[in-house]
Design a protein around this ligand. Sequence first.
Ligand code: PLP
Length: 408
Amino acid sequence: MIRINPHFQKLQASYLFSNIAQRVAAYQQANPDKPLIKMGIGDVTEPLPEVCRTAMKEAVDEMGTRDGFHGYGPEQGYAFLREAIAENEYQSRGCDIGADEIFVSDGSKCDSGNIQEIFGTDISVAVPDPVYPVYVDTNVMAGRTGRFVDGRFEGLTYLEATPDNGYTPELPEQPVDLIYLCFPNNPTGAVATKEQLQRWVDYARQHHAIILFDAAYQAFIQDDALPHSIFEIEGAKQCAIEFRSFSKNAGFTGTRCAFTVVPKDLVAYDPENNEVPVRQLWSRRHSTKFNGVSYPVQRAAAAIYSQAGKQQVQDLVQGYMANARQIRETMIELGYDCVGGDHAPYVWIRTGGNSWDFFDRLLNEAGVVCTPGAGFGKCGEGHIRLSAFNSAVKTGEALQRIREVLSR
Ligand code: PLP
């Protein structure tokens, strides 16, 4: 008899977004004349840069010729893109990362979800709280957790990000083998300093652990002294994997292109405690289950490294960051403690009380949709997330409405 993977039954339904959708639908039905402004989303809103569209169109035309046709490409990604990434994202910041350590993919969501497959099922895993849910759910599916009790999965170590630690988790008290870190963070928008990341790298090396560093939002960092990559930290090549995406900086959420960096120096251990290069495992996994990102999309991604491309991406990022600053300043003026919004497109606002109540208040009184913090984990309660992914006009209008409601 065919059996299901029983671990899937431990997964919690995504109450967060379905619950938001239900409440939004009810509001719209009751208030058909009042336009809503959505500040809850993590999707970008502004159009794809011109350089990307041009490169994509040219690549499509090339595909229409016998000489320029591309069939299956290299699973790891075309050399032109991997070389541009290595040079522009890493070598230009002093990181010794080569094109052969870069794996191009169709998204950081897939990569950060799939990577756990190459590690043992009996390892201990640490995840942030609040958390990007992919890290948790993929480990649940793989059977690395127990039941969901009191808002948390048994068997996971939760790295709490709270007002007391400035929303940057402390090192775990008990040893862990796999550590998920995300900076700039989704949902809090908090960013880590070099010193903070150095402590994680030192910890990982001491415990023969691996850090999975999600840097999907690195382009939003405004201070050059802050690390954009874990590989700016001494020793990270021996203990870290990094996820990057073109989704948020270049508007590729619908176009799909990202990459993962697995350094050649990184090892994990077999049952006899022999070292095994992790890059070899990921390469095997990637080439077995993935057939590469389409040629036109990789050409579009590579275009952002041209001079014009860099400028167009900067313009997009700065547009969102102007919104982020406005959100943060307004909420601080209204008397709320905030984190994020200075180096990230998210502002994490400490509202106190029940985050769904605050969500309802903003929805019903201001016609603004936020994301209630409780949906991201236990430590998210008492907070909401406002997203800067919107036009300047809509952000300004939403903030005016929020100001009116919260000043009453
Ligand atoms: N990582 C984090 C922390 C995210 O917030 C998101 C998207 O919201 C992703 C990864 C997904 O990126 P991609 O569009 O490349 O799959």
